[in-house]
Design a protein around this ligand. Structure first.
Ligand SMILES: Nc1ncnc2c1ncn2[C@@H]1O[C@H](COP(=O)(O)OP(=O)(O)O)[C@@H](O)[C@H]1O
Ligand SMILES: [Mg+2]
Length: 233
């Protein structure tokens, strides 16, 4: 059997809040292959963000295993995990978290600049990514001069600047009107197809989820269904 791209097994996560125990993830197991585009649906509070944060190594589970291309992620030390995350994973959240004092192209380039990559090269790549998300004409705009949908497209471009193998998006359309949200999902499909980036997209919008090739559903702390739906162009 070949090594899976990403495999999580028996992930458990419990929160304790004012003496009350919340078992959010109760043995989540799933395998995601390279190049997949997966939605993760489930009711509000079902643990979608918690699970995505575990996948993204932003949060450690109480128990469970995760391997990325055969490498055991939770056995890495802190420095190794940070390096793995920077090198491998791009994040898009519900809020875009763009830096208000920088232009769109500077925001997109920021992760590369923080990693001390060549500035000229980083800005050039950032412009290319802005073009990909259809925002060449907004490159010099600051976040305050962008619409919600444009800001989220900038955030998507920024998530791609370090060429992540895995893109994790947590309700990226949650703050957008339906048509703009659909535009983001179209972009996610294009980016998945053209750049080969594997992506997991949390959404509670079932219609948007249905537009992605594979759906995972969280219920009662477990992934209860993994439906293969026909990919749409
Ligand atoms: N830091 C935390 N402390 C305590 N409980 C939390 C914390 N984060 C999330 N929870 C609880 O865990 C459950 C799952 O949360 P979350 O993963 O954010 O769900 P979703 O993203 O599906 O809406 C919810 O009941 C939430 O209240
Ligand atoms: Mg959430």
């Amino acid at each position: 059997m070949s090594t899976p791209f990403l495999a999580v097994e028996d992930i458990f996560k419990t929160y304790f809040l004012r003496g009350k125990r919340i078992d959010v993830l109760r043995g989540v197991s799933v395998t995601i292959e390279k190049g997949e585009l997966v939605s993760l649906v489930g009711a509000s509070g079902s643990g979608k963000s918690t699970f995505l944060h575990v996948l993204g190594t932003l949060d450690a589970p109480a128990a469970g295993r995760m391997t990325f291309e055969g490498r055991s992620v939770f056995d890495m030390n802190d420095a190794e995990v940070a390096e793995f995350r920077n090198r491998t994973i791009g994040f898009v959240f519900q809020s875009h978290f763009l830096l208000p004092e920088f232009t769109a192209v500077e925001n997109v380039a920021m992760p590369a600049l923080i990693m001390r990559k060549d500035r000229k090269e980083a800005l050039k790549r950032a412009r290319g990514l802005l073009e990909r998300v259809g925002l060449s004409h907004r490159a010099e705009h600051k976040p305050g001069e962008l619409s919600g949908g444009e800001s989220q497209r900038v955030a998507l471009a920024r998530a791609l600047i370090l060429e992540p193998a895995l893109l994790l998006a947590d309700e990226p359309t949650g703050n957008l009107d339906p048509a703009t949200g659909e535009g983001i999902h179209t972009l996610l499909r294009e980016v998945n197809r053209d750049l080969g980036v594997t992506a997991v997209v949390v959404t509670h919008n079932e219609a948007l989820a249905r537009s992605l090739p594979r759906r995972l559903r969280l219920l009662d702390g477990q992934v209860i269904a993994s439906e293969d739906v026909a990919a749409q162009a």
